[in-house]
Design a protein around this ligand. Structure first.
Ligand SMILES: CC(C)(COP(=O)(O)OP(=O)(O)OC[C@H]1O[C@@H](n2cnc3c(N)ncnc32)[C@H](O)[C@@H]1OP(=O)(O)O)[C@@H](O)C(=O)NCCC(=O)NCCS
Length: 160
């Protein structure tokens, strides 16, 4: 773990930071793990108990709440919102963390701008279209979009 290259960004001392990490100010980052070669754009919040995997990019204005694990070489575009509280008891869980749920994002997952990701598991090699709302687990590689996000097509090998 090393000191990240920040642009005068406030980052809590309780953050575990890997090598070659770039964090642009202003961002609010605390209690999480940020692995090697991660880029974090401005106006990003990453809360405690979250993990950002090696080589991933979190673009500006995204919100990574507690209990979110993002794998390696992911691209989280601008304004992506993760959710851990489903208001399942009729309103916010408040401090009752037993009601918060996990999200796990695999490797090579790209999430389009302005998407909302409910507490789900997404497998490796997935694209989520801009403005999507992901409400269910995704266990098959491919391109998904819409509200709720639906399978559009497979990802063409070698890059489309
Ligand atoms: C999801 C995405 C990858 C699909 O691209 P594509 O495979 O070329 O899809 P197409 O444009 O051929 O559209 C296929 C269908 O999906 C629909 N669709 C495409 N993107 C959609 C989206 N984001 N949400 C809802 N529907 C979408 C299209 O309307 C079309 O529907 P139709 O067949 O009923 O006309 C792309 O549209 C997208 O949203 N990319 C995200 C880009 C992004 O956020 N980048 C951030 C960095 S700037």
């Amino acid at each position: 773990m090393s000191v990240p290259l920040t642009r005068a960004c406030s980052i809590n001392v309780d953050v575990k930071v890997g090598l070659n990490v770039v964090i642009i100010e202003p961002s609010n980052i605390y209690g999480c793990e940020i692995h090697d070669d991660v880029f974090i754009g401005p106006f990003v919040e990453i809360q405690r108990n979250s993990v950002i995997g090696r080589g991933s990019k979190i673009q500006s204005h995204s919100f990574v709440c507690e209990l979110v694990e993002i794998g390696e070489f992911c691209f989280i575009a601008h304004g992506v919102m993760f959710i851990n509280d489903l208001f399942s008891s009729g309103g916010p869980a408040g401090g009752d963390q037993k009601k918060w749920k996990h999200t796990r994002i695999g490797n090579n997952v790209s999430i389009g701008s302005n998407s909302t990701i409910l507490p789900v598991t997404i497998c490796n090699n997935v694209v989520i279209g801009a403005g999507s709302v992901v409400t269910n687990d995704i266990s098959e590689s491919g391109i998904y979009a819409g509200n709720p996000a639906r399978f559009l097509r497979p990802i063409e090998l070698g890059g489309a």
